[in-house]
Write a protein that binds this ligand. Structure first.
Ligand SMILES: Cc1cc2nc3c(=O)[nH]c(=O)nc-3n(C[C@H](O)[C@H](O)[C@H](O)COP(=O)(O)OP(=O)(O)OC[C@H]3O[C@@H](n4cnc5c(N)ncnc54)[C@H](O)[C@@H]3O)c2cc1C
Length: 382
């Protein structure tokens, strides 16, 4: 492993690898990416449900998604490698007055930014997502450009392209400390030796708060367990079946392999690094899924797993220079949306680090917002 670099990226998930690609493309200099696991993408990235959507409630999240979706569609031109963005669409099922009003408001904002999002009647819902029970459902929002992708495919594309441009990817290498000299980053200590560098990019997902702490900073990113279940083969699942989110219960589901993937965010889970499987969590997912998709009665469980969301107080990512430590840049805290925002996050971070004007105004994601108390909450979180 080299002992000197222009930039050290800590974390080899989708965010770290995408950032390595964009920085290398900008010819930033010698970049070393350090990942503690023997494989890239072994953290939250490998647990993601693969949802990609632009239907958010704040301008910055909508624009981050729209830019990312453009890159996902043109991924081959961007990186030289294939990866499928399956644009089956994303649907939010709405029941109460409060839900309808809130999503109508978001739709107006999304349309004003150029997103083609519709409000569907129950009949239209059935055409796009047959087998969904319409019990209690008044309407749904639907965006055809949203959809699904395999995080591993996109990560691999970015990885290969980054390697081809000379990025060093150091696996099985844990960052154990970060040294500063006169308030600025000077060295990264790892389980395999140290690397002198003026720049550390913190892409450690749920562990981002720990890396910030090593450098003498504070970052409010909480690790929160989420659980997913997949079914075995189901004959009724059509290739066009979209991602469906039942806003009232928090259930989300989409086609997966030859069956379905079912997930739900248990809002009572406290922050911790615990990733043990909870059978009650799975039971609850199946219970609410059966109500919305009665045909799941014939389903067998295919697989189940847990992973960690990386949650900030306002459910927005943190992208920018750490105010307390010169040379520390955070790209973290995506609050469950890091796969879908990775292309935009990587590209824009690279622009900021290289001193260019970013293609999007992401000042709302600046790390200083927590100290200033100027947070704007993202309300459309799953
Ligand atoms: C169940 C579940 C479902 C999800 N579904 C979706 C979805 O549908 N769509 C979506 O966009 N997002 C989804 N997400 C969120 C998404 O997975 C994350 O936002 C995204 O993967 C974050 O990527 P990352 O690279 O920041 O983090 P990670 O993938 O966790 O990568 C961080 C890496 O840093 C490494 N690391 C940590 N500490 C150190 C250290 N000290 N030294 C060296 N390396 C270190 C870790 O090993 C890890 O590989 C989901 C998450 C979960 C848990």
């Amino acid at each position: 492993m080299r002992n000197k670099a222009d930039a050290v990226i800590v974390g080899g998930g989708i965010i770290g690898v995408a950032t390595a690609f964009y920085l290398a493309r900008a010819k930033y200099g010698q970049i070393v990416l350090v990942e503690q696991e023997p494989l890239l993408g072994a953290g939250a990235t490998s647990k993601a449900a693969g949802g990609i959507r632009a239907q958010f409630s704040t301008r910055v999240n909508i624009e981050m998604s729209m830019l990312s979706e453009e890159i996902f569609v043109n991924f081959k031109e961007e990186t030289g490698f294939d990866a499928l963005f399956d644009q089956v669409g994303y649907m939010f099922l709405l029941q109460s007055d409060e839900e309808v009003t809130r999503f109508q408001k978001s739709c107006e904002l999304q349309r004003s930014l150029g997103l083609d999002v519709k409000m569907l009647t129950p009949d239209e819902i059935s055409k796009v997502a047959p087998h969904i029970s319409l019990e209690g459902i008044r309407t749904a929002t639907f965006c055809e450009q949203d959809g699904l992708g395999d995080p591993h495919e996109f990560l691999t594309g970015y990885e290969k392209a980054a390697r081809d441009m000379g990025v060093d990817l150091e696996l099985d290498t844990t960052v154990t400390g970060i040294e500063r000299h006169q308030g600025a980053i000077s060295k990264v200590l790892t389980s395999r030796g140290s690397i002198s560098t003026p720049l550390v990019i913190n892409c450690t997902g749920p562990q981002a708060g720990l890396i910030a702490e090593m450098a003498g900073a504070k970052l409010p990113v909480a690790p929160i367990r989420r659980q997913i279940v997949t079914t075995g083969k189901l004959d009724f699942v059509e290739p066009y079946f979209p991602m469906v989110v039942d806003v009232k219960t928090g259930l989300y589901c989409h086609k997966e392999s030859q069956g379905m993937l079912l997930g739900w965010a248990d809002k009572s889970v406290e922050p911790s690094f615990d990733v043990s499987l909870d059978p009650n969590y799975t039971d609850h997912i199946l219970e609410i899924a059966l109500e919305r998709i009665p045909q799941l009665e014939q389903a067998e469980i295919g697989n189940e797993w847990t992973g960690l969301y990386e949650v900030t107080p306002d459910h927005h990512a943190v992208i920018g220079w750490e105010p307390e430590v010169r040379g520390l840049f955070h790209i973290a805290g995506f609050s469950g949306h890091g796969f879908m925002h990775a292309p935009a996050a990587g590209r824009i971070s690279s622009e900021i680090i290289c001193g260019k004007k970013p293609s999007l105004d992401i000042s709302a994601l600046d790390p200083t917002r927590f100290g200033k108390g100027v947070m704007v909450e993202e309300t459309n979180v799953i």
